[in-house]
Ligand binder design. Structure first.
Ligand SMILES: CC(C)(COP(=O)(O)OP(=O)(O)OC[C@H]1O[C@@H](n2cnc3c(N)ncnc32)[C@H](O)[C@@H]1OP(=O)(O)O)[C@@H](O)C(=O)NCCC(=O)NCCS
Length: 217
């Protein structure tokens, strides 16, 4: 499967991605917050491509402009997602690309794919205590906080951590998407001069009120 967003292509990992993978995954600020150790060599990255990143529904996040992988995103099942119609979303992106909204962009497409194409009903997403960047991604996507779990064994790092889990149901995703599209439409109308700033502010205010009524911020 190949998925596409405005700036990204999400496609299966390939063995010839190894050099790019090593550049980003050897950074000690990338793996450990997600629970895995930095890659130690190009050979180690190749092994990870063969044993971990080759799993189903795991995608290299590639910039359209360079066609090169800069991160990874995928679905898996674990203690958060136990049912056949549930998945857990996981992601990371190379540090030079942080802060450009690329993982939220990739995640939105993954959510669409899960709910519309894969027939999922619930997508979980978690982060370890203190991972504010990931917490923020999940908040921006509209996930709803579920619970805090202490004493999670992070076996690859030999650590015990506290985790937080968030959930997106299909029903909530439909609302979040609807509101996001309406906001996009208003932005386009404003840019084209089809509506005045005052009309935009009024419509946006109404939309925000409606969103709050539906529990979507
Ligand atoms: C978490 C992560 C995937 C976010 O991806 P991203 O594409 O940068 O996401 P965003 O651009 O939406 O940025 C998310 C938040 O990170 C923070 N951030 C952005 N750029 C940053 C930077 N250069 N340095 C530190 N924090 C930064 C901001 O708080 C931002 O939130 P904001 O939009 O409210 O400002 C990325 O930081 C990452 O790969 N981290 C290491 C691996 C990891 O933690 N994976 C998730 C495991 S649960």
């Amino acid at each position: 499967m190949i998925l596409e967003t405005e700036r990204l292509i999400l496609r299966p990992w390939r063995e010839d991605d190894v050099a790019d993978l090593y550049i980003y995954a050897s950074d000690p600020d990338v793996g450990p917050p997600a629970g895995w150790p930095p890659h130690t060599s190009v050979e180690n990255s190749l092994e990870i491509i063969r044993t971990v990143l080759s799993a189903p529904e795991t995608y290299a996040v590639c910039l359209k402009e360079s066609c090169k992988p800069i991160g990874s995103i995928g679905f898996h099942r674990n203690d958060l997602a136990e049912q056949d119609d549930e998945y857990e979303l996981g992601y990371w992106i190379g540090k030079p690309f942080w802060g450009q909204g690329l993982i939220p962009e990739a995640s939105r497409e993954m959510l669409r794919y899960a709910f519309e194409d894969l027939g999922m009903n619930r997508i979980w997403c978690g982060y370890y205590d203190g991972n504010e960047k990931s917490r923020r991604v999940q908040e921006k996507l509209g996930f709803v906080y579920q619970r805090r779990t202490e004493g999670i064994e992070v076996s690859l790092l030999g650590e015990i951590r506290t985790g937080h889990s968030n959930l997106m149901t299909k029903e909530r995703w439909q609302k979040v998407e609807l509101f996001r599209q309406q906001k996009k439409l208003l932005d386009t109308f404003l840019q084209n001069g089809a509506i005045s700033r005052a009309q935009y502010d009024k419509s946006l205010g109404d939309l925000r009120e409606l969103m709050e009524m539906h529990g979507v911020e």
